[in-house]
Write a new protein. Structure first.
Length: 395
């Protein structure tokens, strides 16, 4: 199978193409933007641009041998590194490196087989120190086929989150400071602020904005079979302009999509925060595992969208909200709680702080318990009225 077409980002593509043709394309790029907006696909397009044997004024030709291999993610000079689960230790640094490379190879084969997939995983993953050592070893070699090479380091913020002493980020920095000849590095990040300042300073940033929802909808209609129009419409609305996120809201067979399930879990966290009874909040916290805090990232991100939607409705803003189907519940909640800007702004800050703690791998049960306590303190008024909502109000 080949990669799906790169959707959107025409201005960024044109800028990269001009820089490359003029011989000014920076050797280290940092693509940043919302999760699922297409940063990794854009980086692979840059790789194809570097490797194309019959470059056109509009970009890669798409038909030469190098382009075909790049579109299959099989070109020997196109190297893709991304977060993976840590495999069991094998007893020595060398054997641990081998284990991580085996996991990466297996996951890369899956991506070749199914290139269009949601930008979401509930696994605890990271860019480990041994993975970056593998990258540095590969970067020290000569190109395998063409005159240039590209190394893609996806979700680079996982470098800091995974290693307590930042060894992985520092190891990557060493190779970025003096890139080998005719070698380019592209890092992608949804939260570039989590990267080491020294890594950020070495890379030239390029922001990829959200796509118009209409383009997300058109892409799903064209590239994703089996989904009905209503399902596509809902996924596009919830995507925030990111195709990778839209895919997570589509059904997985008969089951809800992984992001849709997480969105509902985030909604129930909000309900628990509004519950005047402390027992319900602590019970909700105990439903989480006592380890693997980084797996909380997505549910906290979606909880933040619920909070922002609640703030928009409370303010009477005409700004569109993501959780369109829950507007009635949001409006009723804002009215009954007499919510206004100050408590809602504080609530959003509480969620952001919880995400920072999750990145530090604090006990998830403690994170959620503290989060619900602070949200309750910010949002619940003195009357202690209980708000009832059914799961149908989320749809």
């Amino acid at each position: 199978m080949t990669l799906h077409p790169l959707e959107g980002h025409e201005d960024a593509r044109a800028a990269v193409l001009r820089a490359f043709l003029a011989g000014h394309l920076p050797s280290v790029l940092l693509l940043h933007g919302p999760t699922g907006v297409g940063k990794q696909r854009f980086a692979l397009w840059i790789g194809q641009l570097l490797l194309c044997e019959q470059l056109q004024p509009s970009g890669p030709c798409g038909g030469c041998h190098a382009c075909i291999l790049a579109l299959r993610v099989e070109h020997p000079d196109l190297h893709w590194y991304f977060p993976v689960p840590r495999p069991p230790a094998r007893g020595s640094p060398e054997r641990d490196q081998e284990a991580l490379e085996e996991v990466r190879s297996e996951r890369l084969a899956q991506r070749r087989e199914t290139p269009l997939r949601p930008s979401y995983s509930d696994e605890v993953q990271g860019l480990h120190f041994a993975t970056i050592r593998n990258l540095r070893r590969e970067a020290s070699r000569r190109p395998g086929m063409g005159p240039r090479r590209l190394f893609l380091v996806a979700d680079a913020e996982a470098l800091v989150a995974q290693e307590s002493a930042q060894e992985a980020a520092n190891a990557l920095l060493k190779v970025l400071e003096e890139p080998p000849t005719d070698t380019w590095f592209v890092l992608t990040a949804s939260e570039p602020g989590r990267l080491l300042p020294t890594v950020r300073s070495r890379a030239s940033p390029l922001y990829l904005p959200p796509l118009p929802v209409t383009r997300v909808r058109e892409f799903l209609r064209r590239e994703w079979s089996g989904a009905g129009e209503a399902e596509i419409e809902k996924a596009a609305e919830l995507s925030g302009g990111a195709i990778g996120r839209a895919l997570g809201f589509l059904k997985d067979g008969e089951d809800e999509g992984p992001l849709e399930r997480t969105r509902q879990e985030a909604f129930f966290l909000l309900r628990a925060a509004l519950d005047p009874e402390a027992a319900g909040r602590f019970s909700r916290a105990l439903e989480f595992d006592p380890f693997g805090a980084r797996s909380l990232h997505e549910i906290l991100t979606l909880l933040e969208t619920w909070m922002r939607d609640l703030a928009a409705v409370a303010a009477g803003a005409e700004t569109p909200i993501l959780n369109v189907g829950a507007r009635e519940w949001l409006s009723r909640t804002a009215g009954e709680r007499d919510l206004h800007a100050l408590p809602l702004a504080r609530a959003v800050q509480v969620v952001e702080a919880a995400r920072e703690r999750a990145a530090g791998n604090v006990n998830p049960q403690l994170i959620v318990a503290h989060l619900l306590l602070e949200l309750n303190d910010a949002l619940v008024n003195r009357t202690g009225r209980v708000l009832a909502a059914s799961q149908s109000e989320v749809s």
